[in-house]
Design a protein around this ligand. Structure first.
Ligand SMILES: Cc1cc2nc3c(=O)[nH]c(=O)nc-3n(C[C@H](O)[C@H](O)[C@H](O)COP(=O)(O)OP(=O)(O)OC[C@H]3O[C@@H](n4cnc5c(N)ncnc54)[C@H](O)[C@@H]3O)c2cc1C
Ligand code: FES
Length: 287
């Protein structure tokens, strides 16, 4: 049964959806002091295809399991890339893993970014802080499909210059034809020559033809709330704005109700939602 009393899956499907597959850490890269990127490979060697926007439940033996977005290239299925910030027991344990350590993986889970909607249009990707990890698969897809898109614009905001995720990659991208990267920080240091302020400050000047734009947004909920408002106010059609939502998850397969957001279960109906579906729910405190 799920939280609203409907049987979605047979008990056998629930069992298989709840069973982690054994993976090994193939490589580990420290992005910043509290954030690492892990490359995981299946112990049985089976590829694991995923779509941009999906997440997995990662299990550390004896500690617990958490939802983490897949941040790698969807065209590559021989390993899984996850970028994780240490905020509590399980994420700290994941960040503390070393090459060769084992981890359990369930998934890929959830829906995906509606990439094909951007074909023939301007694609704007807006990310805040660690929210750049869940949108990175969109960037890989957009680069591979550059000639099918009118333009690609990445708008990224983070706390401080030393908190810029994937900085070398972002800088490398800005030389791509038809692709612009706009970056802003909340707090500059003495070497920062870029923009200071919130991401929404950059949106009006970076939008090319708002009515012809599809926007994909990920970051802290308050940032997504104001970004949705800014994009809509600038003329991007509300139904062409998509947000990736987060809630604490347990089962990840629409069964336990932990990730409920109003009428939605984020693991089953999301994590990607059209802005009109979540616009009013985001302004309800602690919903
Ligand atoms: C679909 C989805 C995708 C995610 N992708 C990523 C990712 O790519 N990288 C990443 O680092 N994290 C991601 N998260 C968040 C990650 O699941 C949480 O940080 C993790 O569950 C925290 O567990 P913990 O045991 O380490 O800490 P806990 O002890 O459970 O929590 C520590 C602190 O973090 C807060 N917290 C816990 N879960 C969340 C959450 N989902 N959102 C906001 N605050 C939370 C708690 O309120 C508490 O203050 C994602 C979550 C979801 C639902
Ligand atoms: S219903 Fe269990 S985590 Fe979504």
């Amino acid at each position: 049964m799920n939280a609203i009393g409907q049987l979605d899956r047979s008990p056998l499907q629930i069992d298989s959806g709840m069973l982690p597959r054994p993976f090994v850490v193939r490589s580990r890269r420290e992005e910043m002091s509290d954030c690492v990127t892990l490359e995981l490979a299946a112990l049985d060697g089976e590829p694991l295809a995923f779509e941009a926007g999906q997440f997995t439940m990662l299990y550390v033996h004896g500690v617990g399991e958490v939802a983490i977005s897949i941040s790698g290239d969807p065209a590559v299925s021989d390993s899984l890339i996850h970028t994780i910030r240490a905020v509590g027991a399980v994420s700290q344990a994941l960040c503390g893993l070393s090459e060769g350590d084992r981890v359990g993986v369930r998934g890929p889970l959830g829906n995906s970014w509606p990439l094909e909607r951007a074909v023939g249009k301007h694609l704007m990707i807006v990310a805040g802080g660690l929210g750049l990890a869940p949108v990175r698969p969109i960037i890989y897809w957009a680069l591979a499909n550059r000639d099918r898109l009118k333009s690609i614009d990445i708008v990224y905001g983070t706390r401080a210059p030393d908190q810029i995720l994937f900085a070398p990659q972002l800088l490398g991208l800005s030389t791509t034809d038809g692709l612009r990267v706009g970056m802003t920080v909340d707090l500059a240091d003495q070497d920062w020559r870029g923009q200071v302020g919130v991401v929404t400050d950059l949106i009006p000047s970076m939008l090319r033809e708002p009515a012809e734009t599809v926007a994909m947004v990920c970051g802290p909920e308050i940032m997504m709330r104001f970004t949705g408002q800014a994009l809509a106010a600038a003329g991007v059609p509300a139904e062409e704005i998509f947000l990736s939502m987060e809630r604490n998850m347990k089962c990840g397969i629409g069964w336990c109700g932990h990730c409920q957001l109003g009428p939605h279960l984020i693991c089953r109906d999301g994590p990607v939602f059209p802005y009109p579906a979540v616009r009013d729910l985001m302004s309800v405190w602690e919903l």
